[in-house]
Design a protein around this ligand. Sequence first.
Ligand code: SAM
Length: 266
Amino acid sequence: MSSRPIKKYGQHFLVDKNIIKKIVNAISPKEEDLIVEIGPGKGALTEELIKHSHNLILVEIDKLLVAELQSKFPQLKIINKDILECDFTKDFFDEKFRVIGNLPYYITSQIIFKIFDNYLKVKDAVFMVQKEVAERIVAKPKSKEYGILSVLAQFYSEPEILFTVSKNVFFPKPEVESAIIRMKIKSEIELNYDEEKAFRYLVKTAFNQRRKTLKNSLKNLFNDNQKEASQKFFTIQFDFSKRAEELSLNDFLYLAKNFYSIQKSN
Ligand code: SAM
């Protein structure tokens, strides 16, 4: 059975053998690797990957494609589910694994955030994403691309753009260029669980109003009953006249640690 590309699932299939080989070379799968492929589609990448590694789990939302994949790869575990609904602890491998995929563009950021939620389970992620998203992931402070995705990606991983991919290698052809990004996930982070939550909340709050100074945007971290905590926070040693996009990852970590300890003591 063959299905037509479904737009709402972001289906753009790779049809160029050379680029498929180039992507799989960049992933450089080893026999011992445990790999989860997100959105295998018709198996363009899977076919090449399986030549190197057999410990492969596929996650595909579209049940017609799952039927196609099952007949092509009867030996593989294929999960017919939304990747965002998957439980990284129960659905995949017990040991750390690699995640790869030509991602459906409509949920790229959500998938990447899900990887960070599960950073303890993931070794690295090699994804095809829109070029503009790849640029946001590696962006440095004081650029217009720098935002939540950049700060979180650089906190949880060491991201690197490997190469760009022309829109002509897909069917149907997407509107924008793509890029292959590799995120080597850090095995440890320097925040405890609660500080990590505070960090994410603070980064989000700061960038939600990125044109405002931190003095204004970060007011929203506190509710009306937290006047004392808010006063304490804004008297720590920091230049709150800056805007979110001027802050380095270390600045965000410093603010998040202070925010957390002030919240805790109040
Ligand atoms: N890997 C194939 C290729 O390179 O030719 C297909 C890539 S296509 C850009 C994205 C794939 O992700 C599609 O097969 C689509 O059905 C699947 N997909 C879309 N949303 C998904 C989701 N939430 N969870 C799992 N797979 C999804």
